[in-house]
Ligand binder design. Structure first.
Ligand SMILES: C[S@@+](CC[C@H](N)C(=O)[O-])C[C@H]1O[C@@H](n2cnc3c(N)ncnc32)[C@H](O)[C@@H]1O
Length: 346
């Protein structure tokens, strides 16, 4: 790759005019039936969006539990700010030793908005920049959340549960997969890790980041509700963030990486961010992000309201009341949960 290009979006595994959904295994994502739309950046502040504005009767909500929330892009972009505040000096690759100036080809899978690639290219890390001719690529099952612009990134449609095209194998210095917890269980996660391993050059690095968003030891009624809600929803929707976190190290080792390091850090939910030394501004963003994430689960939770209610939520009114309580709780107290970061070298 010589000159830098404008961001381009293309489904690489399809002939021209093919629809993006054709590379996605129907059992994985039966709902994707339209060509990849590219969203424009959101101009309205997060707080004014209604993340609950979606139908509760659509089974496709259960594939990726945040999938149909409006303004998901803005939430994801906020999240990168939290990473920046939490990991100064290792904002993007969470290892002090990693030298970004040696990453010539980089892929962010399940990229969402592309914010990680965009900011890494803009800011560098630890005083180092990516090489001038770096090749930046982002892939996702659907590209409707992409907001990255002004940075030359090749976006393509790919489901990490499927092997990547042979021509990508052994070609990357750095690959990331972050926050797929609402989209899979631990067995599927192992499949994804194997698929990512194949992409790396010998000596290439995989970074995986996931979160168990539950309060580890609930201290009050609200925290019990949050835990019960997540546990109930995941068991019904066949997702397993705690299992993904628990098994991360084993899956990396089994895939064949020569060096595997998994670390845990605290991830703030609400006011606790300030106690962790972050600014009030970051704390307020954390509250907004957290509340938004909770409200985005309204559709999936109401989907089960009649037949198998999640944590006693049998109606929209109950959900809305809970959402109000939870927002207040995050603003006044909050809690931290465990963020798992795996750095593995092929
Ligand atoms: C919570 S978002 C995280 C986005 C981004 N990694 C970040 O940290 O900002 C999860 C992303 O995973 C994508 N996704 C879900 N299942 C996937 C799969 N099987 N293969 C590829 N991407 C997937 C979703 O479309 C969504 O963009």
């Amino acid at each position: 790759m010589g000159e830098r290009r404008d961001a381009v979006i293309h489904p690489p595994t399809h002939p021209p005019g093919a629809r993006c959904h054709s590379s996605i295994h129907p059992s994985i994502h039966p709902s994707i039936t339209s060509p990849c739309p590219v969203s424009t950046p959101l101009s309205t502040p997060l707080a004014t969006h209604d993340p609950t504005a979606m139908s509760a009767s659509r089974e496709d909500q259960l594939t990726y539990l945040f999938g149909h929330a409006t303004s998901e892009s803005e939430r994801l972009n906020f999240q990168q700010e939290l990473f920046n505040a939490l990991f100064p000096g290792r904002e993007y690759v969470h290892s002090a030793e990693y030298d970004v100036s040696r990453a010539h080809r980089v892929l962010d899978t399940a990229t969402g908005t592309g914010v990680w690639l965009e900011r890494l290219a803009r800011d560098g890390q630890g005083g180092k920049r990516l090489p001038a001719n770096v090749q930046l690529e982002g892939s996702d099952i659907v590209l409707d959340k992409v907001t990255a612009k002004g940075t030359p990134i090749d976006f393509s449609v790919h489901d990490v549960l499927q092997p990547f095209p042979q021509e990508q194998h052994g070609k990357y210095d750095l690959v990331q997969m972050r926050y797929v917890l609402m989209a899979m269980n631990s067995e599927q996660y192992a499949t994804a890790i194997r698929n990512l391993y194949a992409l790396l050059k010998p000596g290439g690095t995989l970074q995986v980041v996931e979160l168990d968003p539950r309060p580890a030891a609930p201290r009050n009624e609200t925290e019990h509700f949050i835990k019960d809600m997540f546990d109930g929803l995941w068991s019904r929707a066949n997702k397993d963030p705690p299992g993904i976190c628990r098994d991360m190290q084993a899956h990396l080792r089994t895939a064949g990486f020569s060096s595997v390091h998994v670390q845990t850090s605290s991830w703030p939910w609400g006011r606790v961010a300030q106690e962790m030394g972050l600014s009030k501004e970051v704390m307020l963003k954390s509250v907004a992000n957290t509340t938004f994430a909770f409200k985005a689960l309204k559709g999936p939770i109401l989907f089960f309201a009649d037949k198998a209610p999640v944590a006693g939520v049998t109606s929209e009114a109950i959900f809305d009341q809970r959402a109000e309580d939870i927002e207040r709780f995050y603003l006044e107290i909050g809690f931290s949960s465990d963020l798992y970061i795996g750095i593995a070298v092929r």
